[in-house]
Design a protein around this ligand. Structure first.
Ligand code: FE2
Length: 432
């Protein structure tokens, strides 16, 4: 388990650490590293000018050799140079399951949440009116959530750096209890002339640095920010749409490596996530692109999703909810349904970018789109529940009331994962 926090102490002023252990058991000390960044790491204005504020010191500690599923408690400490120790309050978490372990595992997925003030103070443009409702619903259900994945457009600080502290304070009740994994979005990364795949101004000059420093992810290179992560029977492959993903790139190699390197008997539930819609969206923005996707998205990747039998691909960026039928090459391989069973046929694509940011720019086309099975023009998020190796439950909940408005289940044995459907079995020989 990785623990990250922010303080005002540089390493010359205090030694950061975590005191932790099994609930009621012996206390251990784990060292923490310290990172920061300064104005010269910002790529432009406002992050480098009027939006700049020193982020303080960001401490990260790794708690290792955890007993699967066991409850732990921890608190953050600093040993000052005069020997005094200062402490945070005490927090708790449950250790992750062993990869492949058969137990109940529940993961919440959403994009584009952002932040707001409960009392309405300090609002600038009120661009994320749904974010508090989403945060409250997740906190309310936290006893029954094991992990959260926020796929890009994290806090919309857009170069006004103090807003990162506002956002992390808002999610602290969640992120101090369960793993809070993030992907990068345009509002974290994009800036002209900095190697982002899109040359727009959406990060307000941050060019990825605050997100990549405040949030630890198990990426080989935190500046690239694509990574694989396992949770029990799940394998998550988290891509970064703000860097090139096309065949021949470093990221494409990572995506294939992540999808191909999982033992599906042990981890049957294979999930792909990315911020922009690389698969399918029938919102008017992507309709006007003429593609119903981010151009060069599925053309580059659908072969991989199909070959490696990706169950669900999640996206944000569009601030509403949409679920497709199991779809390949723009055709429903089977009709959209609330229950799928038997051999894998094709990937279900889900846009779940309605966690907070304004839905007003994310209307759906009025044309009839064959692969679009369910749409909801509202704020919401998804909860995935792996009941065991053969049963997965998918639920879409509205942020306003936490109730389920769309759902489906998958029932599939291991032989159904091995079974061949379109374009996804290696060649076999006729010899017997
Ligand atoms: Fe976005």
């Amino acid at each position: 388990m990785t623990v990250t926090w922010t303080s005002g102490y540089d390493i010359t002023e205090a030694v950061p650490f975590v005191e932790w252990g099994e609930k009621g058991g012996q206390r251990l000390l784990a060292p923490a590293g310290t990172l920061t960044f300064d104005r010269t790491s910002m790529c432009g204005s406002p992050a480098r000018t009027v939006g700049w504020r020193h982020p303080g010191y960001i401490h990260t500690s790794f708690l290792k050799e955890l007993w699967p599923d066991s409850p732990y408690t921890y608190r953050l400490g600093h040993r000052l140079m005069n020997g005094t120790r200062v402490w945070s309050k005490s927090y708790s978490f449950k250790a992750s399951p062993y990869p492949g372990q058969d137990s109940l595992q529940r993961v919440v997925v959403f994009g584009d949440m952002g932040k707001a003030e409960a009392d309405g103070s300090n609002e600038f443009s009120d661009f994320q009116p749904g974010s508090l409702n989403t945060t409250y619903q997740i906190i309310r259900d936290l006893e029954d959530i094991d992990m959260v994945v926020h796929i890009g457009d994290i806090c919309y600080a857009d170069g006004y750096l103090s807003q990162w502290d506002q956002f992390t304070a808002q999610i602290e009740p969640i992120a101090s209890r369960v793993p809070y994994m993030i992907g990068l979005g345009n509002h974290e990364r994009d800036w002209p002339g900095t190697g982002s795949f899109y040359g727009n101004l959406d990060s307000g000059g941050e060019c990825g640095v605050p997100a990549q420093t405040v949030f630890y992810t198990p990426a080989e290179n935190r500046a690239k920010f694509w990574y694989a992560t396992d949770y029990g029977m799940f394998r998550f492959c988290i891509a970064n749409t703000e860097e090139d993903w096309r065949p021949g790139t470093e990221q494409y190699k990572f995506i294939e490596q992540c999808l191909s390197s999982v033992d599906r008997q042990k981890q049957p539930w294979l999930i792909f996530l990315a911020h922009r819609v690389l698969g399918y969206s029938s919102c008017t923005y992507y309709e006007s692109e003429g593609t119903f996707e981010e151009p060069m998205g599925r053309e580059a990747l659908q072969e991989l999703w199909q070959k490696y039998k990706v169950d669900i691909a999640f996206y944000g960026h569009v601030h509403s909810y949409e679920r497709t039928c199991p779809v390949y090459q723009s055709q429903c391989v089977v009709d959209g349904s609330d229950h799928y069973s038997g051999p894998f046929q094709a990937t279900t694509h889900v846009v779940v970018g309605g966690a907070g940011a304004s839905i007003l720019d994310s209307e759906f086309t009025t044309s009839k789109i064959q692969w679009s099975h369910f749409t909801d023009f509202d704020h919401g998020f998804v909860k995935l529940t792996a009941l065991n190796h053969s049963s997965l439950l998918f639920e879409y909940k509205k942020s306003r009331d936490g109730n389920v408005y769309d759902h489906f289940t998958v029932s599939r044995d291991y032989r159904d994962i091995l079974a061949c459907s379109i374009d996804n079995c290696p060649r076999s020989t006729l010899a017997s």
